[in-house]
Design a protein around this ligand. Structure first.
Ligand code: GDP
Ligand code: MN
Length: 399
């Protein structure tokens, strides 16, 4: 789960990470008011959207009086910010964060990630701040410092100082940088984060250390025990298809093609998508019904996939172990009886109770194309989709 910059800053500041004075605004008037409240003579108005690269996309605006703050905010509200991370659909700005600017002497990069290889939290730091870490890795890989934290003892003060020295920090600021690193580590560990990133972490011309940007990501599977974090969730920043599925306990991944996929298990989902592509189609999404799915759950999954307007064909591919093919068949029929669909549908069932499942489908009298193997299923859905497309084009031309 992602959170906004202002939320990450509030959390991190509670762990001793210094951040500029700032205030959140939901309207241009409020933004101007925040600027007056903060004081000073220059402010930065920052779009609060779940993506990096906002600066380059026009989501970070510098202002010299409260009128400019008002206008910058009014330009941002409702805007669809498209960055290199969002995809073409972008993310809509509903909140802005106003901060007093600080004079920058040096920009650093500080990140904490889960390193899967060592199974440890790893601090990644670089003296080349301001750029994305991928860009630093490409252009200045030698500046990157990696330090793995021993979980039994946590981060040690000497270790944090060592990172600071590695970044070439002046002795006067080493302690502040070390405390910032330790604060980030504690926030990461105590709150079940999966990522903390401060880019840039700056040394100001007055010699203080400050996090000008902050990003945090949390482990979805731990959110049940972090109510204070999970309430920071902002659904306006998520793919509505994915959040609707998550609210129903299903896992859904939205993609850009036209064939909707209902499967069980992530591995089967990957294989199914590969086969669809191999047969010349493009998946619109995949929805994982999980194990032991009841007919109701399958019907729900079906409705969710159908609600995606990109879907022009549906492939149900179930390899039932814990699942039951008869329940899947019943679920599909239940969904079709409630809401008849006018797109081609291929169902491939294998495993537990497969005979019963096939019988239920056959006896339903519904226009369901059946397939015995995965490759057959993929070929049939792509062929049916292409055929349907031709047919529809003819209809349009005829009228
Ligand atoms: P991002 O583009 O989404 O990563 O957004 P950032 O919060 O990192 O802002 C982009 C850039 O704006 C930063 O890298 C800084 O160079 C600059 N910036 C942000 N806040 C300040 C500030 O208070 N003072 C100055 N001088 N620059 C700032
Ligand atoms: Mn940044």
């Amino acid at each position: 789960m992602d959170i906004h910059e202002y939320q990450a800053k509030e959390i991190l500041s509670g762990f001793g990470v210094p951040v500029p004075r700032g205030g959140l605004a939901y309207s241009p008037e409020q933004a101007a008011y925040r600027a007056r409240e903060i004081g000073g003579s220059q402010w930065v108005v920052k779009a609060q959207v779940h993506t990096g690269g906002r600066g380059k996309a026009g989501g970070v605006k510098f202002c010299n009086d409260d009128h400019e703050v008002h206008d910058a905010a009014s330009e941002l509200f409702g805007k669809r910010l498209v960055t290199h991370q969002t995809g073409p659909e972008g993310k809509v700005v509903y909140r802005v964060f106003v901060e007093g600017t600080v004079p920058i002497e040096r920009e650093l990069y500080l990140g904490l990630v889960l390193d899967r290889k060592t199974e440890r939290i790893m601090v990644v730091a670089s003296a080349a701040g301001g750029m994305e870490i991928e860009e630093i890795a490409e252009t200045e890989p030698d500046t990157i410092i990696r330090s793995v934290i021993e979980p039994a003892v946590g981060i040690q003060a000497f270790q944090a100082r060592e990172i600071a020295f590695g970044l070439g920090i002046e002795p006067a600021q080493v302690q502040q940088v070390a405390e910032t690193i330790i604060g980030c580590y504690r926030a990461f560990r105590d709150l079940d984060a999966t990522m903390v990133e401060i880019n840039p972490l700056v040394i100001t011309s007055e010699g203080s250390v400050m996090a000008l940007d902050a990003k945090m990501n949390f482990d979805d599977n731990a959110m049940f025990r972090r109510p204070n974090i999970s309430e920071l969730r902002d659904k306006s920043q998520e793919d509505p298809r994915e959040s609707q599925a998550a609210d129903r306990g299903l896992s859904y991944v939205g993609l850009d093609g036209n064939i909707g996929c209902i499967v069980n298990g992530a591995g089967l989902a990957m294989a199914t998508m590969d086969m669809i592509k191999q047969s010349g189609g493009e998946p619109a999404n995949f929805l994982d019904i999980g194990g032991g799915a009841t007919p109701e759950r399958v019907a729900k999954a079906f409705r969710l996939v159908m609600s995606d307007k990109n879907v022009e064909a549906i492939l149900v591919n179930i390899f039932a172990g814990i699942n039951r093919c008869d329940w899947v068949a019943e679920g599909v029929i239940k969904a079709l009886e409630e809401n008849p669909v006018n797109v081609p549908l291929v169902v491939r069932l294998a495993g537990t109770n497969v005979e019963e499942g096939r019988k239920i489908l056959a006896q339903s009298g519904l226009p369901i194309i059946r397939a015995a193997t995965l490759s057959e299923a993929a070929e049939r859905i792509v062929a049916a989709w292409q055929n349907d497309l031709k047919h529809n084009v003819k209809l349009v031309n005829a009228t």
